[in-house]
Write a protein that binds this ligand. Sequence first.
Ligand code: NI
Length: 189
Amino acid sequence: MAILKIARMGHPVLAGIAHRVTDPMAPAVHSLIADMIETMLDAPGIGLSAPQVHVPARIVIFEVPENRDLESGGVPLTVLINPEVEPLSEEMEEGVEGCLSLPGMAGRVLRYTKIRYSGINLAGDVIERDAEGYQARVVQHECDHLDGILYPMRMTDLTSFGYIEEIAKASDEDVEAEAAEPEREAANT
Ligand code: NI
């Protein structure tokens, strides 16, 4: 196990389309996922994609802490190999996001409120779940990484984009990012 270096916005590995994993049970895939989990927990973050650790493969991991999603009570650490996401309605909502590849920054992003996602887990089984709200946001953010999309590219109003420290100083609004603590509402993913 190892803590991997996280690519930051501007690195080409974050801009490409990641390739499908042909053998989800391959030892190299499991070893990469173990390192991704260690890297995410160390950051700390609540989500991480393989391109963020310089591997252009369709793998994401995430964990929604209980206090982040009071309605569902949180989601345990989930591994999705070759994930698919489909919106279940047209409804979207704005929320603050952060990303381990844009350290210290956050912005408001529109995401589908209800989705269905699927993927292959570590045991090689297909998992499929319906998700709403915060969990749906995290999954959409992570899966975007597999298509070279970073959250600022989804922003419709860049006036909400900035350094978490400054945003927090300027407002009482909770800013929390991809990292569990991230400075409050942007969840580091
Ligand atoms: Ni991210």
